[in-house]
Design a protein around this ligand. Structure first.
Ligand code: F6R
Length: 261
């Protein structure tokens, strides 16, 4: 696990955007795993700017989102399908239909989740997965207690996650759905490179467990300690509870810039 502590969101977005641009240069048909929420916004802003400048193209790439609320109407502005379209997909040059997400309105949820897994596999698997992390340690919406071997399925959101996300629903906790479909922890672990972003003091405890805690379903993100290529991009506040923060800083400072992440 590579831990990179950077001054601010812009620096985080820039480094992640570099990695994605390099990937697309090597492999224009790359498969990207896309997270919603606040954490990846700086990455999406940088990629949108570079795409507008002609420095990067998603024309032959495909994408898979991590998760979706169950039961939100298709035109609801907070459905993750609409959020990812607004925050990223509509701002770059993906081909129509190139980005898919779990179907939170499916009649047969298990069949729909299995079809989503099959679609990711048929695309050749995810080359680079962007992740945020919940204050309770979730990735995707794999809440505490999730099976470390889980695949795409329905989950009940914790009260804490619904409180955290109420800001997107006008502060109304009751408006936040209670269930979601999410890629499982094993699905996320199948990605070839995982780039996790966490900023702000509210993420410090989850980051502490992710990086330096024991692997446990109580802090689902800790499964990433078993992944061979994970990059964790943090600001100082999110890194504030890391015992080895100085070592991570020195290690990254000594790394030649051309190597990227
Ligand atoms: C979103 C997702 C979640 C978020 C996490 C952090 O697709 O899968 O795991 O990444 O809840 O959310 P933010 O970035 O809004 O703090």
């Amino acid at each position: 696990m590579e831990i990179v502590i950077l001054p601010d969101n812009d620096a985080i977005g820039g480094l992640a955007a570099d990695a994605i641009a390099n990937l697309l240069q090597r492999k224009p048909t790359a498969v990207l795993g896309l997270a919603t929420g606040s954490s990846p916004l700086a990455i999406y802003d940088q990629l949108a700017a570079r795409c507008a400048d002609g420095a990067v193209s998603f024309a032959r790439a495909t994408g898979f989102t991590l998760d979706e609320y169950v039961g939100l109407p298709a035109d609801h502005p907070e459905s993750y399908r609409n959020v990812i379209d607004k925050d990223f997909v509509s701002r770059v040059d993906f081909a129509p239909g190139a980005v898919q997400g779990p179907d939170g309105l499916a009649d047969d949820i298990p069949a729909s989740c299995a079809a989503y897994e099959a679609a990711i596999a048929a695309a050749g698997g995810v080359d680079l997965q962007i992740l945020g992390i919940g204050t309770d340690g979730h990735i995707g919406f794999n809440e505490p207690g999730s099976s470390l071997a889980s695949r795409t399925r329905i989950k009940t959101l914790t009260r804490q996650t619904r409180i955290d996300n109420a800001r997107f629903f006008g502060g109304d906790l009751e408006a936040v759905p209670t269930h979601c479909l999410t890629q499982g922890l094993a699905t996320i672990m199948s990605a070839r490179h995982v780039v996790l972003v966490a900023t702000g003091p509210g993420k410090a405890e989850a980051v502490h467990h992710l990086v330096e805690g024991p692997v446990s379903a109580l802090w689902p993100a800790t499964i990433l300690q078993h992944h061979p290529h994970v990059t964790v991009l943090l600001d100082s506040a999110a890194a504030s509870r890391l015992q080895l923060a100085d070592y991570y800083r020195e290690t990254f400072r000594a790394k030649p810039a051309w190597q990227g992440i």
